[in-house]
Design a protein. Structure first.
Length: 459
């Protein structure tokens, strides 16, 4: 923590006095002031008698997606500007879709837009932004001592090669929300496999048909965008498959484990457990179905817990449980690792002020506020054992275990292009019932392999 604001003038001590003092610290200077020693020179007297200089006004532009809890973010920015009255913050809000937000932000950065100062960066964008030179390196500002206060995974996702480009804002992993009241009514324990979930959902939907004819078994994100990749990664990982080989050099969609997982979603989920309308759902639409009491099970990120229990937004307050997503065998779970980082544009003319905003928003106090009032999972160790926070957000009690085992998406400078191919494949695989999955997967593998080859270092 700083002892003096940058706007304060700190009078000098002459070299002879410094030699006598031996050490210099703010406490000694305070003692000097109280004792009237050392005597002030003419220059010192002039400096002391002049009014403190006010920093010139600065406007920071913060590019982010449209938040689910705008009031909380408005309050956070207001607290920052109160602490830094010479800095005003203008937020430019992009669509909620991470894909649409990525397109907007990268276009600005490609144009070297100097009006962009601070931005949110999805954890999968770091290699792309770093390789393109769009983001400031932050390791000189984000000291090793500061890093120790955050979960290691949140630090690593902000790193590319030997440099840090992102500061942890939030960490996410996919979770399964379920109607605890309905499971109890039908004598079910929370499911441990996808097959068990399907059987429970089918039984409950059939039993509730008269009371709730619009009830469906499952709601999640199956629109063609980045969220679709996360959902399908969870099914594939839960079946023992993967998107790429362990060394990240080859696509593995055509392998039997991945094909079986995709086939399960196409044949058992879309149009059966979930409405075919789910092919158009992102997070807000799929969550709305659950909040209105029209789904037994729902996949989403940690932030959904607060909304599920918000009496102004939800019809199922107090009737919901949350657990890790199941796999296809008992004891196996699978969750996509997500999260967002703060970054500073390489073209910003206010990097110091941008860092001040990031440092403020990532403090323990502010992360606790976001977690309590917006359901955002924190990235700081201490908050996962904070009794006040756990009382307000009990879903965090087991969330740390899920985070530690969550599966990241491929890290590559060409990931946006890889993701586009994955989204297209998954969307076609789920929407076209008679599509030859093996052939479609093999074609997509070949396209992805060619992209990945572009990043390999020549021998």
């Amino acid at each position: 923590m700083r002892c003096f604001k940058s706007s304060q003038r700190i009078p000098r001590v002459s070299s002879s006095h410094a030699a006598v003092a031996g050490v210099w610290c703010p406490a000694l200077w305070l003692a000097f002031l109280l004792l009237g020693w050392p005597p002030a020179t003419g220059a010192d007297q002039s400096a002391q008698s002049s009014p403190a200089q006010t920093p010139p006004p600065i406007t920071l532009r913060f590019v982010s997606w449209k938040p689910d809890h705008p009031r909380v973010w408005d309050e956070a920015i207001a607290l920052f500007t109160k602490a830094h009255p010479h800095i005003s913050v203008v937020r430019e809000l992009a669509p909620h879709s991470s894909t649409a937000y990525h397109d907007l932000l990268t276009q600005k950065l490609k144009n070297r837009d100097a009006t962009v100062d601070v931005f949110f960066m999805d954890v999968i964008w770091v290699p792309e932004f770093a390789a393109a030179g769009w983001a400031h390196r932050l390791e000189d500002r984000f000291s090793p001592a500061m890093r120790e206060e955050f979960l290691p995974a949140t630090i690593e996702v902000g790193r590319y090669t030997d440099h840090l480009y992102g500061i942890p804002s939030r960490i996410d992993a996919g979770l399964l929300y379920y109607r605890a009241d309905l499971l109890a009514q039908y004598g079910f324990a929370p499911p441990t496999t996808w097959d068990e979930l399907a059987r429970q959902a089918e039984t409950i939907v059939a039993g509730e048909q008269r009371n709730n004819p619009t009830l469906r078994g499952y709601s999640a994100q199956f629109k063609q965008y980045e969220g679709l990749v996360c959902n399908m990664l969870e099914f594939i990982d839960g079946h023992g498959g993967s998107l790429l080989t362990a060394d990240g050099t080859r696509s593995t969609l055509a392998r039997s484990e991945a094909l079986a997982a995709v086939r399960f979603v196409r044949d058992r989920v879309i149009g059966r457990l979930a409405s075919r309308a789910a092919l158009t759902y992102q997070e807000p639409e799929s969550l709305s179905v659950f909040l209105q009491g029209h789904a037994v099970f729902h996949r989403n990120w940690p932030y959904a817990w607060e909304l599920v229990n918000n009496r102004t937004r939800s019809t199922i307050v107090g009737q919901v449980g949350v657990m890790p997503l199941p796999g296809f065998t008992p004891g196996r779970t699978a969750a996509a690792l997500g999260g967002w980082l703060y970054g500073i544009s390489a073209y910003s003319q206010h990097a110091d002020e941008a860092w001040a905003l990031i440092e403020f928003l990532s403090t323990q106090v502010m992360q606790k506020k976001f977690a309590q009032e917006a359901g955002i999972a924190p990235s700081r160790w201490a908050l996962f054992s904070d009794p006040d926070l756990l009382a307000a957000a009990p879903q965090l009690r087991n969330h740390l275990t899920v985070l530690r085992s969550a599966t990241p998406r491929p890290r590559s400078p060409v990931y946006p292009a890889v993701s586009h191919l994955l989204q297209r494949y998954f969307s076609r695989a789920l929407a076209i019932e008679d599509l030859d999955l093996a052939q479609e997967a093999a074609v997509t593998d070949a396209h992805i392999d060619r992209l990945l080859a572009l990043t390999r270092t020549a021998p």
